[in-house]
Structure formats: structure tokens, C-alpha cells
Design a protein around this ligand. Structure first.
Ligand SMILES: NC(=O)c1ccc[n+]([C@@H]2O[C@H](COP(=O)([O-])OP(=O)(O)OC[C@H]3O[C@@H](n4cnc5c(N)ncnc54)[C@H](OP(=O)(O)O)[C@@H]3O)[C@@H](O)[C@H]2O)c1
Length: 441
């Protein structure tokens, strides 16, 4: 049985003072297209009155971390609660092409509480004409239950069916989510649920989830991958000695951290300068030099291209070679290939060009307790001539890794022209090889 929006009959939470950032439309994030489309009938918010919903959301965030950080889809977790707040089942998304978190949770609930043969199965799902029906089960125990999910349930059919329809068909009467789905095709789930009589509340622990899936949200909102630029330098800001040698500025702990960050990304990016100077393999490796299970695609940018015999040609994936200096074009093409996060591990020229163009979302800087002096600064020209034009950063963290310092920082405000989906009509750059990269859903 479903409950009409605005009623309170199935809530486990009872009446409560209004909680900030929550409404029946799921309109929590101002940039979300789905928020604009959602119906306006208000539902009294309840999450602030019960620890059950935030606790379930915290658990859903934990579950989401079990999914991969790479690929076209975000990490998402889901907890199904009974009306009295008891956890019925949990689920998470394991990556593009696999069940979404809500469907995974429904599947797990079905396994715990087998559906009687007479119960309606997936054909009952209200699937728009021409779309593949969801294969989610509709376990009896889901009838009248509450779904707590980190991301607004998706509204479209990709490789799997829409989660909204799976939830409606299963008889879920109330949905709490953290962050609206900014995807043009996948967003709008809150409105669909509300139109079907499901009570919907957005914004539960939104800041935590914004933080946890920041790369995917940023990429989906901007239409280019989330760009992390890394460098390792001496305390006096030199990325290499005067002869160009830079292996190894930092110690083993910092280098291990770099490899963990590499494996979490979709691509490792360098300029041809680094390729020529260091001949890197651009793999993600463990302490013993072994390849980590997930190998990002190696990307080389620059008019010189990849030289014959380069170590990167022995990478597990065919490298992508962009014989261009047009960084926006390259990023747009990587996005088209399904990449949502790239780790730039090149030299000062590429890092500076990305920063100057306002294309950097995160800086990871390792400072080694040494002095090198000389001309090889970690950055070159950013087009800044006066202190008033300095690029200001927000420091996220400062940590000691063995003898080295790791700084993580983000640009404090947009540092370049807007990079919106609407604004971009790039002619795709043409790399020489096509990697095996998963696309959305
Ligand atoms: N300490 C560290 O963390 C670290 C990391 C990596 C490298 N390094 C050191 O950095 C040095 C190499 O520095 P680098 O600056 O030459 O390497 P780089 O930044 O990786 O490569 C520079 C090249 O990228 C190409 N490029 C692509 N897009 C560009 C754009 N928009 N603007 C300008 N150039 C663009 C250009 O090559 P084309 O002429 O082919 O177009 C340029 O010469 C080496 O000494 C290496 O050891 C240090």
C-alpha cells in the first residue's frame, strides 16, 4: 500500500519539528535538475525527530564505500527499514552494469524473505514504453517499508532498470536520500516517486555524501572528469633537481599513497615531458611492485606523442595518446569514454596549464624534507602577475607520511571559465587507442 504525499501514516518517526534541508520533493541540492522538476506538495519532514533515519544513512554511506570509485557510476548505499525502524536489508552498487543499491537491497530482502508465488513480480513494474523493465524482486516485506539511500533513486533505464520503478513496484512508501542526482537522464527520481504517492525526503546527511562522492558529482555537473593534480616537491618547491631527475623526491609511504590514489582513478595522466624524462610505466602498484587489481588507463598529452619503446606501451591497457595541447578537448573526450576521475601525475608544465585553465578540482602535494634549489619549480606560469590574483586554496588535510608532508587542497572558488554540459560542444580529440572503459550503467 502506498501513502499519499503529505500524509504521515506510515512514518516510523511521528510528528516532529521541521528539519532543515528536507522536503517532500527531494529538493536538497540547488543545482539538481530533478529538484526543479519535483512537485511542490509539502510533506512534513521527520528525519530530525528519529535517530533511525540518520543512523541508516550513515550505514548506507558505509555500504557505499564497498563499491568502486572508478567507472561511470557513483558509489551508492541503501538500507531498507521497516516502519518501526528495524533494518530489513542492505545493498550497495558494485559498478556500472550491476544492480543499483536499491535493487541490490530489494534482492537481498527477497533472499531473506522469499516472495509467495502469488505475489506480483517484475512485470508489474510501471516501466515507460520502450524501456527495459527492472528485474528487481518485489518481496512482501518491502510493502510499506522505508528506503534510505545515499543518492536520489535513478529515473532512467541504462544497463539496468529505473530504481524509482523498482521501489514503487516493491511497495516502498517512504524514501530518504542525501543528494539529488544531477544527471540529466538519471535525475528526477524524487518527482517520479512523489507522483506515485511515495513520501520523499532529500538532504539527509547531504554534506557527508557530497564529500564521499565528490568526484562523481563534480564530473556529472561539469561534463568533464574530476581532475586531481599531484606533485612531489622539496620544501623549497622544486619538483626535480637541476638535471631533471625527480626519482625519488619522497619516501616509500608517500609513494604508496600515490599508488592508492592512482588505482582509485579512471586514468593516470602525464604530459610528453614526463614521458620523455622519466619513461614511467603509469601503472598502480603495491608495496612489492606488483600491479594492483584496478589499473587506470594511461593518458599521455602533448604534440610529441608517445615515443617508440616507451614503458607505457607495455601498460595492461592500451594507452590513450592525445597529440594536442587542448586540455578541455581531452577531458571532454575522457568523459565521453565514461571516465569520471583522472589523476594527473605529470610535470610542472601540464599541472600549470591545467591550473591556469581552471580545470583542477583537487591538489595532492607531497613535500619532502629536502632542499633542491635551482630552476625546476613545481609549477611554472599560472598567468598571475600580482598577489591580488593569487589562486586561493582551501586546505582539506595536512598529514605526515613517514618523513614527508601530504597536503590535500581544493581551489577556493571557480578558477576559470564555467565548464558546464551546456557550454561544451567540443570536437572530440582523437586518441590513437581505445581503452576498455565502462560507460554509464
Ligand atoms: N616531482 C613530481 O611529482 C614529478 C612528476 C612528474 C614529472 N616530474 C618531473 O617533471 C619534469 C618534466 O616536466 P614537464 O613539465 O616537461 O612534464 P609534463 O608537464 O608532464 O609535460 C609537458 C609537456 O606536455 C605537453 N602539453 C600538453 N598539454 C599542454 C598544454 N596545455 N600546455 C603546455 N604543454 C602541454 C607539452 O608537450 P608537447 O611539446 O609534446 O606538446 C609539454 O612540453 C621531469 O624532470 C620529471 O622528472 C616530476
Amino acid at each position: 500500500m502506498t501513502t499519499a504525499p503529505g500524509t504521515n501514516s506510515s512514518s516510523l518517526l511521528g510528528s516532529a519539528p521541521a528539519a532543515p534541508r528536507i522536503d517532500s520533493t527531494g529538493a536538497s541540492a540547488p543545482t539538481a535538475p530533478s529538484a526543479a522538476n519535483a512537485p511542490s506538495a509539502p510533506t512534513p519532514p521527520h528525519a530530525a525527530s528519529s535517530p533511525a533515519i540518520p543512523a541508516a544513512m550513515r550505514r548506507a554511506i558505509e555500504l557505499s564505500y564497498r563499491g568502486p570509485t572508478w567507472g561511470g557510476n557513483p558509489q551508492v548505499g541503501c538500507v531498507l527499514l521497516s516502519p518501526d525502524g528495524t533494518t530489513l536489508a542492505e545493498g550497495w552498487h558494485r559498478g556500472a552494469g550491476t544492480a543499483h543499491a536499491e535493487v541490490d537491497a530489494l534482492t537481498n530482502l527477497a533472499a531473506l524473505t522469499p516472495t509467495p508465488p502469488a505475489a506480483p513480480a517484475s512485470p508489474a513494474i510501471l516501466t515507460p514504453a520502450g524501456q527495459t523493465p527492472s528485474t528487481a524482486p518485489t518481496p512482501q516485506a518491502a510493502r510499506g517499508a522505508i528506503a534510505v539511500v545515499t543518492l536520489e533513486p535513478c529515473n532512467h533505464t541504462g544497463r539496468t532498470g529505473p530504481c524509482t520503478q523498482a521501489l514503487i513496484a516493491a511497495g516502498i512508501t517512504e524514501v530518504y536520500f542525501a543528494v539529488a542526482d544531477p544527471g540529466g537522464r538519471s535525475g528526477g527520481g524524487a518527482a517520479t516517486l512523489a507522483a506515485a504517492g511515495v513520501k520523499v525526503h532529500g538532504g539527509i546527511l547531504a554534506d557527508e555524501v557530497e564529500q564521499s562522492i565528490r568526484p562523481w558529482l563534480t564530473a556529472t555537473r561539469t561534463g568533464r572528469p574530476y581532475v586531481t593534480v599531484k606533485w612531489a616537491s622539496s620544501l623549497d618547491g622544486r619538483a626535480a633537481a637541476a638535471d631533471g631527475s625527480s626519482q625519488w623526491v619522497t619516501g616509500p609511504d608517500a609513494r604508496a599513497d600515490v599508488h592508492l590514489r592512482r588505482t582509485a582513478a579512471d586514468a593516470i595522466v602525464v604530459g610528453t615531458g614526463t614521458l620523455t624524462a622519466d619513461n614511467p610505466s603509469l601503472t598502480a602498484r603495491g608495496d612489492g611492485g606488483e600491479l594492483l587489481p584496478h589499473q587506470p588507463v594511461a593518458v599521455v598529452i602533448g604534440e610529441r606523442g608517445i615515443h617508440a619503446g616507451a614503458a607505457v606501451l607495455r601498460h595492461p591497457h592500451p594507452p590513450l595518446e592525445y597529440r594536442t595541447r587542448d586540455l578541455e578537448q581531452v577531458l571532454a573526450d575522457l568523459f565521453e569514454r565514461g571516465m569520471r576521475s583522472v589523476f594527473v601525475d605529470g610535470g610542472p608544465t601540464l599541472a600549470s596549464a591545467l591550473l591556469a585553465a581552471g580545470l583542477v578540482d583537487e591538489l595532492v602535494i607531497y613535500l619532502a624534507p629536502m632542499l633542491l634549489g635551482g630552476p625546476r619549480t613545481a609549477l611554472t606560469d599560472l598567468g598571475i602577475t600580482s598577489i591580488a590574483d593569487a589562486r586561493l586554496l582551501e586546505l582539506e588535510s595536512v598529514d605526515l607520511l613517514g618523513p614527508d608532508i601530504r597536503l590535500v587542497a581544493h581551489p577556493r572558488s571557480p578558477t576559470g571559465p564555467p565548464h558546464t554540459l551546456e557550454a561544451q560542444t567540443p570536437a572530440p580529440a582523437s586518441p590513437k587507442e581505445t581503452p576498455d572503459v565502462h560507460r554509464n550503467h
